[in-house]
Design a protein. Structure first.
Length: 393
């Protein structure tokens, strides 16, 4: 069991019509000139964007809007937001959307108060010392960015996707109305739940087997996500299960399910390179590489994979064959991915096999030009990253 510091300062406003409280929340945290950041036209078509902006203006706040955030949010949009905020003297950010919008908002917040290029943080050249305050009106449960200290941005120059973590970017508040996720397409719903579950699994697969309380919390959320995704795929307007998924996304990535354990994150790093090179949906990219990662590393701690198989995937434990039980758990996860429409290898993700050149390019980027390893459950060197991509190709 590891010593830990648990810090989750975001105020959560959860429930039906919770977006009605957005202006009060911004005022509570000192906002006066607000940038409302969003993605495509769905936020406007649903009426949510206009509702949020109207409430902010009626509360006497000055409001500016910046849309156009896309999945795997782009550095160019971040820079556009930074320029707008500096020009207009904006002092508070409100993200209306999912993880991509929130991550873009966080990057803007870093950049406004930094004298250099915001990419310095994501390239590992600088450490943040501040961030413009921000709040969230969540519409897509998946990334958990509404309560996390992380953001991930894609740099179009070189097709590079990088994350940055610091406590300064944690949102002041997160408004969550599960009804706002009713209209999500099946693919986006399934990819979102995949991302939620992977945020937990990146922490779950550890050698810190003695932190049983955190382990059981993680297993409970994983089982709930599995059950709830099937319910909302059958009935998109099932409030109870939409709520389970929305709250599960926050709990998966606010640090709770990692308390006392060493996390891994290798699957995310492998998946980021797929998203960067092929503009693949993040959750789907994770599903495409996790089974190969799991088969490559499970012998590092077979008992952990046995526990996952039994407690999460419902596999019968064959005490005479622990490795067999562990492998059946991985197979059960693949069946789950297929059942919700997710891929289990890269061919299924992009419609063809990877080329050798593509594998080498992703290995180079994932290892930061062969300068670093990935993961902790099993420390992955360059040759290991290549082997996993080849297994998953």
């Amino acid at each position: 069991m590891k010593d830990f510091v648990y810090y989750a300062p975001t105020e959560v406003v959860f429930g039906v019509e919770s977006e009605e409280k957005v202006a009060a929340e911004v005022l509570k945290y000192g906002g006066r000139k607000v940038l409302v950041h969003y993605g495509g036209q769905s936020a406007r078509k649903s009426g949510l964007l206009d509702k949020v902006c109207k409430q902010l203006r009626e509360a006497g706040l000055q409001v500016f809007e910046l849309g156009g955030v896309v999945p795997n949010p782009r550095l160019s949009k971040v820079r556009e937001g930074i320029e707008l905020c500096r020009r207009e003297g904006i002092d508070f950010l409100v993200a209306v959307g999912g993880g991509s919008v929130i991550d873009s908002c966080k990057a803007i917040g870093y950049g406004v108060v930094y004298q250099g290029d915001v990419w310095d943080f994501y390239a590992g050249k600088a450490k943040a010392e501040a961030c413009l305050p921000l709040g969230v009106v969540l519409t897509i449960p998946a990334a958990g960015s509404e309560m996390s200290e992380s953001s991930v941005i894609s740099n179009e120059d070189g097709d590079v996707k990088r994350g940055y973590t610091s406590p300064y970017c944690r949102p002041r508040f997160a408004i969550m109305n599960p009804e706002r996720s009713y209209t999500l397409p099946e693919w986006q719903t399934a990819a979102g739940v995949t991302d939620i579950m992977m945020h937990i699994m990146e922490r779950y697969f550890t050698h810190d087997d003695d932190m049983t309380l955190t382990t059981e919390v993680a297993e409970g959320i994983l089982r709930t996500m599995k059950d709830s995704v099937f319910e909302v795929l059958k009935d998109p307007c099932n409030y109870r299960h939409r709520a389970m998924i929305m709250w599960g996304g926050s709990l998966a990535h606010n640090g709770l399910v990692g308390c006392g354990m060493q996390d891994d994150w290798a699957t995310h790093q492998l998946g980021h390179e797929l998203s960067a090179l092929f503009d693949a949906t993040h959750g789907a990219a994770l599903a495409a590489v996790w089974p190969s990662w799991a088969r490559y590393v499970y012998r590092e701690n077979v008992s952990r994979f046995v526990r996952f198989a039994v407690e999460v995937m419902g596999v019968e434990n064959d005490y005479s064959d622990p490795e067999g039980t562990a492998l059946r758990g991985i197979e059960a996860m693949e069946r789950f991915y297929h059942a919700i429409g997710m891929p289990v290898n890269i061919h299924e993700l992009i419609g063809r096999d990877l080329t050798d050149d593509e594998i080498q390019e992703m290995v180079r980027k994932c290892s930061r030009d062969y300068s670093m390893t990935q993961g902790h459950f099993k420390v992955l060197e360059t040759k290991d990253l290549e082997s996993i991509y080849r297994m998953a190709r």
